[in-house]
Ligand binder design. Structure first.
Ligand code: GAR
Length: 204
């Protein structure tokens, strides 16, 4: 099976979906480690419960962002992954990380890119008045949420989504996002892929 390292910063519900899927050997990928930029988060607890090794690399423990980036890349490299999945990891991966994991790092984003990139994809779509939004699974490049798109899922914005600042909308997005991410990671792992002129094609 393909070796996956998953990076998280929070609740880790996408991670949980991957852990559940990977429990079936036919899935074609195994989660060999889970990394985070902070301790004491539900995502790490989920990994521990599943018996998956974890590591934490905090920005505050390093002299600068470049040193943190290198340490994160080293921590990931210790598990020799085929794919890295940023699943609710709320830090920008730096140049050294991307040099080492170019075309091997996936991110999931809670909006239909290239609309509403950044840390507040759900809130920004709602504030803009978008009527549809969703999620995007893409490869990570040097920009913020600009890399080659693998797949997207669409979610309708409902009139009362404004009432709770986007919480219910985000939950509906996450339902679509989890199954999209599980599907895409499994296909990439089982079928292989190549990226040409931003187009991701399955198969070897
Ligand atoms: C997901 O919706 C993910 O797309 C989003 O955080 C959530 C994490 O949920 N990521 C970003 O906004 C990245 N800019 P989870 O921790 O329950 O998987």
């Amino acid at each position: 099976p393909a070796r996956l390292v998953v990076l998280v910063s929070g609740s880790g519900s996408n991670l949980q979906a991957l852990l559940d899927a990977a429990a079936d050997p036919a899935y074609g990928a195994e989660i060999v480690a889970v990394g985070a930029d902070r301790a004491d988060i539900l995502g790490l607890a989920r990994a521990e419960k599943a018996g998956v090794p974890t590591f934490v690399v905090k920005v505050a423990d390093f002299a600068d962002r470049a040193a943190w980036d290198r340490a994160l890349a080293d921590a990931v490299a210790a598990y020799t992954p085929d794919l890295v999945v940023s699943a609710g990891f709320m830090k920008i991966l730096g140049p050294e990380f991307l040099r080492r994991y170019d075309e091997r790092t996936l991110n999931t984003h809670p909006a239909l890119l290239p609309s509403f990139p950044g840390a507040h994809g759900v809130r920004d779509a709602l504030a803009y008045g978008a009527k549809v939004t969703g999620c995007t699974v893409h490869f990570v490049d040097a920009g913020v949420d600009t890399g080659p798109i693998v797949a997207q899922g669409v979610v309708a914005v409902e009139p009362d989504d404004d009432a709770d600042g986007g919480e219910a909308l985000h939950e509906r997005i996450k339902t679509v996002e989890r199954s999209l991410l599980v599907d895409i990671v499994g296909r990439l792992a089982r079928e292989g892929y190549r990226i040409e002129a931003r187009k991701v094609r399955f198969g070897s």
